[in-house]
Design a protein around this ligand. Structure first.
Ligand SMILES: Cc1cc2nc3c(=O)[nH]c(=O)nc-3n(C[C@H](O)[C@H](O)[C@H](O)COP(=O)(O)OP(=O)(O)OC[C@H]3O[C@@H](n4cnc5c(N)ncnc54)[C@H](O)[C@@H]3O)c2cc1C
Length: 206
């Protein structure tokens, strides 16, 4: 499942697990291994497990995992990587010199947009010139702006994912990372419909 984000970015959901895992795992606390739950019981228990721990999900949420491939500008990735509870693997500009693409903000007037694009293109040309003349790629990349797109894998459990969504969907978060957070929410929803509806209720989002 792939969704476009910003002008050239995307998020692909490569692997996802269902919220039923939370209840299967949590049932061991009561000396039982329950495999199936009726819908009402499921809602009741998930709500309890999601908010009983000082308003945060309990450890049973760590047993639901997701793997995403993300393409986003470097300035978004820098904010994303501050979320330490998760695993990352990113394209290395020490090895890769191709596919240089830049995020172009849509809310610029025509003249500024033109200048912005020109400046990015000039950085790209100069980077290519440096590499061609033998400068190491990891040094030459210093001339590239943080609007450059990067690609990474993000593996994360649902507990950490909820934390990510809480802070990155908030109106204080930067607009561009909010777009990615909204997309993550949409991709996870089919796997965890009850958890996501509880989260939306809590965050008062539609
Ligand atoms: C709007 C906004 C503005 C921000 N501005 C800045 C800024 O100006 N400068 C800046 O440096 N950062 C800034 N940040 C980043 C922010 O401080 C967090 O680093 C980031 O949101 C990751 O959150 P987290 O630590 O909860 O996530 P994770 O690292 O995924 O951690 C998840 C949870 O695990 C626990 N945890 C993880 N590591 C530790 C630890 N070492 N000790 C104790 N508990 C831990 C905490 O409960 C934490 O909430 C900003 C974030 C937002 C959303």
């Amino acid at each position: 499942m792939e969704k476009k984000v910003l002008d050239k970015g995307y998020i692909k959901l490569l692997k996802g697990e269902k919220e039923d895992n939370i209840l299967k795992v949590a049932s061991i606390c009561y000396g039982r291994k329950i495999e199936t739950f009726d819908e009402d019981k499921k809602k009741f228990l998930l709500k309890k497990l999601m908010f009983e721990h000082a308003g945060n999900p309990t450890s049973s949420f760590e047993f639901v995992n997701f793997l995403f491939e993300v393409k986003c500008p470097i300035f978004v990735a820098r904010q994303w990587f501050r979320h330490r509870i998760g695993s990352y693997q990113e394209i290395s500009r020490r090895y890769v010199k191709d596919n240089l693409e830049f995020f172009i903000p849509e809310d610029l007037n025509e003249k500024l947009k033109e200048e912005y694009i020109k400046l990015c293109e000039n950085c790209k040309s100069f980077y290519e010139k440096l590499v061609k003349s033998g400068v190491r790629k990891e040094v030459a990349r210093g001339i590239l702006p943080v609007s450059l797109y990067t690609v990474f894998y993000w593996q994360v459990n649902l507990r950490s994912l909820i934390n990510f969504l809480k802070v990155r969907l908030d109106k204080h978060a930067q607009k561009e990372i909010r777009e990615y957070a909204k997309t993550i929410l949409e991709l996870v929803e089919p796997y965890c419909p009850i958890v996501i509806s509880l989260l939306k209720e809590k965050l008062e989002i539609e």
